[in-house]
Design a protein around this ligand. Structure first.
Ligand code: DC
Length: 233
């Protein structure tokens, strides 16, 4: 059986484990992996560090100018352990972009049209030769509407909040409560799905993956089989 190189778009709600599944699939089939949420998170971190967000309001003209000047360079760097970390202006910012401080305001940054335009342009350039797995919210609808494989991942809000909560605890955050995380997950769903610019929606040709009650192994097999079906010549 010969397999052709394809583009794989994985979209869906926050904390559905999109990056985990996308990473595992990319590794298994030898594809590159791009976490587009990390790119919006890196822009958010830049905005926070430069005091461009005050009381939930973004200084859009200033942010636009920074983007235009190329002050916000986002790349990914492989680590010795075979992982990939997000790099902002030459510095590994992986730890900072996953903090609640960034999570709480990233939806506001991701809703800005000129930010999305700049990110989408970079993402399309990364995927021009196919052979990559990209996860986000608008990959199958806006970034790669012609992707051969599109997955829309979802799970109940409680299951997703529990996963994020466990992650925070594992990272040493002992103060954030489960209810705070659940509120953040629900609020982000609302903002992501109702924003004017590229709202989160399932592409017509996407396949839904509800992993509320799936093991990681079951999920990996499901994705791999879908990949084989789509990449078959
Ligand atoms: O997947 P994540 O939780 O790291 O995403 C962070 C935020 O960025 C989330 O609010 C949705 C937004 N996002 C987006 O609007 N478009 C993407 N392609 C990826 C993420």
């Amino acid at each position: 059986m010969t397999l052709k190189k394809i583009t794989i778009a994985i979209d869906g709600h926050s904390s559905t484990g999109k990056s985990t599944m996308a990473k595992a699939l990319a590794k298994r089939i030898g594809y590159a992996y791009v976490d587009t949420g990390a790119m919006y998170r890196a822009v958010t971190l830049f905005a926070l560090r430069n005091k461009l967000i005050r009381r939930g309001k973004v200084d859009e003209p200033a942010l636009k100018e920074h983007l235009k000047r190329g002050d916000i360079a986002i790349t990914f760097r492989p680590t010795k352990e075979g992982k990939s970390v997000t790099v902002l202006n030459g510095k590994n910012v992986e730890r900072y972009i996953r903090s609640m401080r960034v999570s709480n305001v990233v939806s506001i940054i991701a809703a800005i049209g000129f930010v999305r335009k700049a990110m989408v342009k970079q993402q399309q350039a990364m995927g021009k030769d196919k052979g990559l797995v990209m996860d986000g919210r608008d990959i199958g609808t806006v970034v790669f509407p012609d992707a051969e494989m599109k997955v829309f991942a979802t799970a109940s809000a409680e299951v997703r909040a529990q996963r994020r909560f466990d992650e925070l605890r594992a990272k040493g955050d002992t103060t954030t409560t489960f209810d705070e995380v659940l509120a953040n997950v629900t609020e982000r769903d609302r903002i992501d799905s109702t924003r004017k610019e590229s709202p989160l929606r399932q592409a017509d040709d996407a396949v839904v993956l509800d992993n509320s009650h799936m093991t990681l192994e079951e999920q990996d097999e499901w994705l791999y089989n879908l990949y084989l079906a789509r990449a078959k010549n």
